[in-house]
Ligand binder design. Structure first.
Ligand SMILES: [Zn+2]
Length: 115
């Protein structure tokens, strides 16, 4: 019954998300000491009762993400932050849009753009 394990993992994430949202005092955010990537400016690692968790929180939208240090910043880059898209000030790119960036974006967003 490996499903049980997967479920309890999910439960931890759900629990952390609830605590983060409620700004629970048992939750604290720390900056990763290992990585100095730019991604960490918008994410913090989560501590629960002063114990570091394998989860990070997006400081823009408050979403809890599963994070494993070996994965580096991959999970952060993959996070399609709704707030970040709205503000669009975090990355200085956008001057020069490549074809591939159009392809990666959701086509629906560009449906209104005249070709
Ligand atoms: Zn976010």
């Amino acid at each position: 019954m490996s499903l049980v394990n997967a479920k309890s993992n999910n439960n931890l994430k759900t629990k952390l998300q609830a605590l983060v949202t409620a700004k629970d005092p048992t939750i604290s955010f720390i900056k990763s000491a290992i990585s100095r990537s730019d991604c960490w400016t918008s994410f913090s690692q989560i501590q629960l009762s002063k114990v570091s968790q394998d989860y990070v929180v997006c400081l823009s939208c408050g979403t809890v993400l599963k994070w494993i240090s070996e994965n580096g910043t991959k999970v952060m880059k993959n996070h399609g932050c709704p707030k970040k898209n709205g503000i669009r000030s975090i990355t200085p790119k956008g001057r020069q849009r490549t074809i591939s960036s159009y392809c990666d974006a959701q086509p629906n967003n560009y449906a209104t753009i005249k070709h």
